[in-house]
Structure formats: C-alpha cells, structure tokens
Design a binder for this molecule. Sequence first.
Ligand code: HEM
Length: 365
Amino acid sequence: MPSGDHVPVAVRYEDIRALLASPTSSRNLRLPGLPRFVSGVGIDDDPDALINQDPPDHTRYRRIMHGTFTPRQIEPWRPRIAKIAGELLDDLGDDFDLVQGYALQLPGRVICEMLGVPLDDYEQFVRWTDMFLTTSTVTEQARYEGYTEFMAYAAELVAQHRATPGRDLIDLLIQARDEDDRLSEGELVNTVFSLITAGHETTASMIGRGVFRLLLHPGQWAELVADPSLVATAVEEILRFDGPPASAFMRRITEDTDLPGGSLSAGTVVMPNLNAANHDPQAFPDPGRFDIHRFTDHPPNPHVAFGYGPHRCLAASLARVELTEAIRTLVTQRPALRLTISPESVTWTDGLVYRPVAMPVTIGG
Ligand code: HEM
C-alpha cells in the first residue's frame, strides 16, 4: 500500500465479486494496528462516510439516499451535461490540453451545479480534492489540514441550504428520508464531502484515460465518429479496460471466509483489485484487447469498474452519463482530434487517482 504496509490482493473476477458481496467483508478499518492505505488521515478513518459503514448502518444510509442518484433522477441532466461539454470545447480553440481544459472541468462543473455549489468555489475544492487524493507528494499534516478545511466548507454549505432551502441535490439530501429516518448532520456533511471528492476526480480521470485509449485506436475512434450511438457501449469497454481510477477500498475479514479461489482467515485485511478482475481472462476473453464492441452483441460478464455488492458506486448512472456525453461531444464536434505528442511522452499522476497529467491534442491538420 502507499503507506508501506503489505496486504494480500484479490485479483480474480470470481473472488472479487464473492469478497465484495460477502457479509464477512467489513469496511471498519478503524481498529488499532490494522494495515493502512495511506499514512496519516485517510478515507478509511471517517466513521460517518458511507463507504466506511457496514450493514445494518450502511443499508439504512443507502436506503435514505435511494432515489437521489437513480437513472430517473440523473437522465434529465443529460442535455445540460452535453451542453457544458460543448461550451468547454468552444472556449478551447484548435490546440488544447484535454485533461486540464476538458476532462477535469466537466465533472467539476456538473457536480457544482447538481449540489448548488457556487462555481467560484470550484478552484478551492479542486485544491482540497487534489491534496486529499494525493498519496505521495503532500505531507500528512497538509493532508489533514486540507481534510478539515474541506469538511468545514461542506458543513457551511449544508447550513446555507438549511437556512435557504432550494431544489439542489443538497436540498434533496437534507429532505431525503426513509419513513421517519433521515441522515444525521455528520452523515449529511460527509455525504456532501464524498460527492465532491468522488464526483470530481474519479470521473475526470476516467474521461482522460478513456479518450487517451480511444486516440490510441484511431480505427475505433473513426467508428464512433461515423456512428456516435456506439459511444454508450464503448464507455462500458473503457470502464472495463481503464477503470476505475483507484481500486476498491480494502476490506477486513470478520470470520474465516471461503472464496472460489481460496480461503481468508478472520482478521485479514485484503485489497480487492478491480482492474485485475476486469482483465481476468476467465471473465473477459482476450482481456488485453480493447474492443468497443465487446459489450454489444453477446456481452461477457458485467465489468466491476463500479464495484460490486452493497458498496457498488452510488452514482454509477451519473458517471455513465458524464462519460458518454464527454466522449460523444468530442467525436461529434472534434472528429479530427489527435494527440500532438507520442503516447509514450504522456506523463501520469502518482496520486490515488491515476490519469495523464496533461494530454496535448489538436484538431488542426
Ligand atoms: C467513472 C467514474 C466512477 C467510478 C469508476 C467509480 C467507482 C466506484 C467504486 C469502484 C466504488 C466502490 C468502492 C468499494 O466498494 O470499495 C464506488 C463507490 C462510491 N462512489 Fe463512485 N465511481 C465513479 C464516479 C462517482 C461519482 C460521480 C460519484 C458521486 C457524485 C460517486 C460516488 C460514490 C459513492 C458515494 C460511493 C460509496 C458507495 C457506498 O459505500 O455505498 N462515484 N465508486
């Protein structure tokens, strides 16, 4: 792990699915002496975060939020998301950096609009997110300060929306209830924090990696240009081939557990590697072949880029719409897009979320 601790890694598709669905997999890693993902404060430490809950608390938490991220809630955003993508391109000219100018901008703007966060605050929370998601270049102290400042900001946002209710996602979350049950203040603040962190860099990096992959396969890019209706299934292959940005979070095994590929004893902390599962030849024949048609006619097993089991991505429907519209806008409005440097010259981030630092592209001749 980036902390220097060592844990076993689950890599096979069947093992990962069994592990993530197992009631003996706990996300409570807040016991003393356990391996750490990062040193210093990290995502695993917050007892209020949805990702750190086990059933029945987790079941309750998700039940309350059920309905905020369903395809029915998200689909009406599709035209707006496509419009933001088009506006971003209009401002970029013929030569631009696809990562800084486009991939990082789109999900940030979308989540700001959805949550009702002022766009002026965007730069600030990008700095916090970067700091919090970085594993190597920032000191523990700086990461801790970033985290506390960001939490205070999220608390302030919730307070503002309580004082002046509107129709933003934060208002929906404040009102969300399961019968008489609602999110506690800590849970609400944490949810806002998680949606900003999870909603911004994960999707941004996926857009960056996805476009990079497509540009490495000009024939498949040309197919999307000729028929943009193929983009939605191409996105599933992008998610399988190049996602997710970071793997699933570690799990603590609470009782001896038999997985298809072997046993894990109680107390083991294990890392499920989703990218390995998505490249398991037993689940996806010829997994190293990138093929935008893989999920079309006879789809293989579903990929696990959004995880599996109770913690599967809350906002997979939003992420899918963002990825699809980001790529559809590029193939329809910038069909001649290509890299201006060799693929080997592209440098990659070394933080928790893996993506090109920059990707210079052109639409010129
Ligand atoms: C392409 C983009 C995305 C990918 C690949 C992705 C992937 C994942 C994965 C793999 C998990 C499960 C982690 C685990 O079980 O350890 C997860 C959970 C989660 N994701 Fe995403 N995600 C994406 C975008 C988003 C967005 C846009 C949001 C919010 C706006 C979001 C919010 C969440 C939340 C809140 C959870 C925790 C769910 C729970 O614990 O029940 N994700 N995501």
